[in-house]
Design a binder for this molecule. Structure first.
Ligand code: SF4
Ligand code: SF4
Length: 355
């Protein structure tokens, strides 16, 4: 049992701590109340198959009582600051140009150290989460940080979806945590009104109904997973990520000059040659992306190489990289070989006719 020898920090004190770390939004919830509310909001089918209720119940059983949910603004560099290489290059989506998940976790670790010092609770009585299996978007919506849009993302009313969610489960819930006992779950997209921009602008029509994205058709999901050949032409010159449905969202234009392209910066551009010439060992390709989301352990280098080959096939100057494509046509990795063969035929259609 932890020896709680200090006064529990107030909501105001925690807000100050998170503000000092650069979080723009903060919310507090009672974990048990949220869990009850969340389970009520699931359909009968979901209740039996969904892993989240069990995850939340386990946390309650281990003595956790409160949810602290925060949003960290994504600070994009103006496009003029991005490197604009002359050679054929591909893009990394702006949200992935920095490792915001790692940054958010680092900030929570600092807050956590301070909370432990003030309360006497041990480390095991806190659980930091970011990009986790916990329902972070539902936490944020329930706590009033924003709403879930038709593109399934959490949208804050002032910063749009340009935020990264993270937080901590706490061994107590601060006073004045949001009371959601009698709140009705708001269907995703309700606050979007009649807007359908993201649904219409998705290149693969992956948003199949408000708040539901078919991951098998979503380019963002394909960045680090299976990509069927029918999607290769739609992949464009991306290296990682898609945020088309965010770039067009009116909530992401609020802080921009009218008539500008909102937060649609192209993101960092990387010469494709640098990826195609790198070997397939972890260090070679990953070293090109140090400090970005792509540097995370779970992102496999083979996917980055596959994406770069498809981007080369779609690039108007991709022919310049023919010799590198040829090299990868000999790859023993089926996925790499398929992408290289596709790029070759895409850039030199006459070859297909001659075979
Ligand atoms: S990330 Fe891209 S592919 Fe996925 S839903 Fe949004 S626009 Fe569509
Ligand atoms: S683009 Fe429109 S419909 Fe889509 S999330 Fe934004 S406001 Fe909602």
């Amino acid at each position: 049992m932890d020896d709680i020898s200090f006064k529990l920090p107030s909501r105001k004190e925690i807000t100050t701590l998170t503000g000092e770390q650069g979080f723009s939004h903060i919310g507090f919830l009672d974990l048990a109340q949220f869990t009850e509310w969340y389970i009520k909001s699931l359909s009968t089918d979901q209740t039996s198959t969904h892993a989240v209720p069990e995850l939340l119940t386990d946390a309650i059983n281990s003595g956790l009582k409160g949810i602290l949910i925060t949003a960290l603004p994504i600070m994009e560099s103006p496009s003029s600051e991005h490197e604009q290489p002359q050679e054929p290059s591909g893009e990394v989506a702006p949200f992935a140009s920095d490792n915001y998940y790692k940054k958010a976790v680092g900030k929570h670790k600092i807050i956590n150290t301070e909370l432990r010092k003030r309360t006497g609770y041990s480390k095991r009585m806190f659980r930091i989460f970011c990009n986790s299996r916990f329902p972070e978007k539902a936490f944020a919506a329930a706590a009033g940080i924003g709403f879930i849009g038709k593109n399934s993302l959490l949208i804050s009313r002032d910063l749009g979806s340009g935020i990264v969610l993270s937080g901590m489960l706490l061994p107590w819930f601060p006073e004045n945590s949001k009371d959601i006992k009698n709140a009705l779950p708001l269907p995703p997209g309700e606050e979007c009104g009649k807007c359908m921009i993201c649904i219409k602008s998705c290149p693969t029509r992956a948003i199949i109904k408000p708040g539901v994205v078919d991951r098998g058709k979503c380019l963002q999901s394909m960045s680090t997973g299976e990509m069927r050949a029918e999607f290769f032409p739609l992949w464009g010159t991306r290296i990682y990520g898609c945020q088309e449905c965010q770039d067009r969202c009116p909530y992401n234009h609020k802080t921009k000059e009218p008539g500008t392209s909102g937060r649609s910066n192209p993101g960092p551009e990387i010469p494709l040659e640098r990826i195609l010439t790198a070997g397939t060992t972890r260090n070679d390709i990953k070293s090109l992306f140090k400090g970005t989301t792509l540097d995370q352990g779970w992102i496999k280098e083979q996917y980055i190489l596959r994406n770069a080959l498809i981007a080369t096939g779609n690039h108007p100057d991709g022919k310049k990289l023919e010799s590198y494509i040829k090299k990868h046509e000999l790859s023993e990795d089926k996925m790499i070989k398929e992408a290289a063969l596709w790029a070759d035929v895409r850039l030199f259609p006459e070859k297909e006719k001659n075979t």
